[in-house]
Design a protein around this ligand. Structure first.
Ligand SMILES: C[S@@+](CC[C@H](N)C(=O)[O-])C[C@H]1O[C@@H](n2cnc3c(N)ncnc32)[C@H](O)[C@@H]1O
Length: 448
């Protein structure tokens, strides 16, 4: 079974058609809700496609004509929905509005038909004043991960009659919601950009390994999960990355005529699942992170040196005799990974994420390159690796994240420049332990 099938199977929404739930004192009412393992970027990619091609989601439509577009402050698009049966159904004017997320509100796209009463609505349109697709993500209580849900919400014509009882309408809305879920996952797995898949690892080899690793570990890990986060997000993602690495390293051993399994260090390893999978498959290695996670005790299984609490200082960190350095969404360690790898002549894989630059500031994608900010940041990381002397390959991983590019450095000609120039530039984050000590000190001072 493919990785997308695993994710599709997680679709088990809560529906509230008969008694919609009011959203946070607003005039929006939730009719469907589902947790989802993708980033907000995937949601917006789907919404933008559907804005231009509503016939992909509403079968009675032939197309839409965009009649107005205002960019600021929220993007507002006025469109005419053109039905297939032009003689029977009216053309419906509709306002689509994008509301980006911020600290206080989720990402939301609203669809409002230009009518004064529900009698003016064509048969295929929900009998509501407006409806909305929402992507709501929040940082988990332990501050280390994010969880997301998608919702379908409605603004009813009458506040005293919010429920939807028409079976056909319930079916149509459930279908739209299911499609939103599937399309977000497809987009996230990079199905739109197949061209960059399977560059270093053949697809069949990857899928076979993924199936084997999943069958061997997934159920056990999910049943033993002690974190507050949703285990499925990490299990499928880390199984996918581990499978990719196992294949990549197998190909490398064949190329080098080597039987010894490659060693590794997983920098900023988080919950340690990727380290656990690779070690369980025989690769000698360890994961390092500022913050210990509860699940480590189970994953280490008596091997105390497998997952280590340590605040890394990349300008001096050194891993002699380690074959591979891994930085999977490892925040500020990401741009430093090629430099650390070059210092010890290791190979590396980086999956860039949160736009950290070498000095700890955030990269501001300004040039408007196709592919957006993530593309620009990935190029920034690649450029550091090239300055360190690496030849770089890029592959797109089949993981449920829009930040799914793997930058891989396997061969290198020696250059010193960046390795010595950047010493002293790194600003380490304050660890949980240090934060706790600061909090205790403050509390003690107050008590004096
Ligand atoms: C976004 S999390 C990713 C965790 C994991 N690699 C994954 O993909 O699930 C980034 C991790 O990097 C760790 N980290 C950041 N700076 C670090 C440093 N200087 N030393 C050790 N760990 C660090 C953080 O504690 C955090 O767990």
């Amino acid at each position: 079974m493919s990785d997308s099938d695993d994710l599709f199977k997680l679709f088990a929404p809560s529906y509230y058609f008969d008694k919609p739930r009011q959203y946070a004192d607003s005039d929006w009412f939730i009719v469907a809700e589902q947790s989802i393992l993708v980033d907000e970027e995937a949601f917006w990619a789907v919404v933008k496609k559907w804005t231009l091609e509503p016939e992909l989601v509403i079968p009675p439509l032939r197309k839409c004509d965009i009649i107005d577009r205002v960019e600021l402050p929220n993007e507002r698009i006025t469109r005419n929905l053109i039905p297939k049966r032009k003689s029977k159904d009216p053309i419906l004017k509709e306002l689509v509005e994008y509301h980006a997320s911020n600290e206080t509100r989720p990402a939301r796209v609203t669809f409002a038909p230009d009518v004064v009463s529900e009698n003016q609505l064509p048969f295929y349109y929900p009998k509501v004043r407006a409806y909305s697709l929402v992507f709501d993500s929040r940082i988990t209580d332990d501050q280390h991960d994010t969880e997301a849900v998608i919702r379908l919400e409605i603004k009813p014509f009458s506040i005293t009659q919010t429920g939807i009882s028409n079976d056909k309408m319930i079916y149509a809305l459930s279908e739209v919601f299911h499609k939103l879920y599937k399309w977000c996952i497809h987009t996230s797995l990079g199905y739109e950009k197949r061209a960059n898949h399977d560059v270093l690892v053949p697809k069949e080899m990857y899928h076979e390994t993924y199936a084997r690793i999943k069958a061997k570990y997934a159920d056990k890990i999910i049943s033993q999960w002690t974190e507050k986060t949703d285990p499925t997000k990490f299990v499928f993602e880390d199984i996918a990355i581990a499978s990719y690495l196992i294949c990549l390293w197998q190909i490398e051993r064949q190329r080098l005529g080597q039987s010894r399994l490659q060693s590794f260090v997983d920098l900023g390893c988080g919950n340690g699942l990727l380290t656990h999978l690779l070690v369980s498959e025989g690769h000698p290695g360890k994961g390092v992170d500022i913050a210990k996670r509860k699940i480590w005790d189970q994953l280490c299984d008596g091997k105390d040196d497998c997952l280590i609490v340590q605040s890394l200082h990349p300008p001096t960190a050194s891993y002699p005799n380690v074959d591979w350095l891994i930085a999977n969404h490892a925040d500020e360690l990401v741009p430093w990974t090629p430099i650390m790898a070059a210092r010890t002549e290791s190979r590396f894989i980086v999956i860039p994420c949160c736009y950290f630059q070498l000095d700890g500031s955030r990269h501001k994608g300004l040039s408007g390159l196709e592919g957006g900010k993530y593309r620009e940041y990935t190029d920034y990381v690649k450029n550091i690796a090239i300055q360190c002397g690496y030849s770089i390959d890029e592959d797109q991983l089949r993981i449920p994240s829009t930040r799914n590019i793997a930058v891989v450095g396997q061969t290198r000609h020696p250059v010193e420049g960046l390795i010595t120039e950047t010493v002293g530039h790194f600003v380490a984050r304050v660890s949980d332990r240090e934060l706790e000590e600061q909090r205790r000190k403050k509390a003690a001072e107050k008590r004096k």
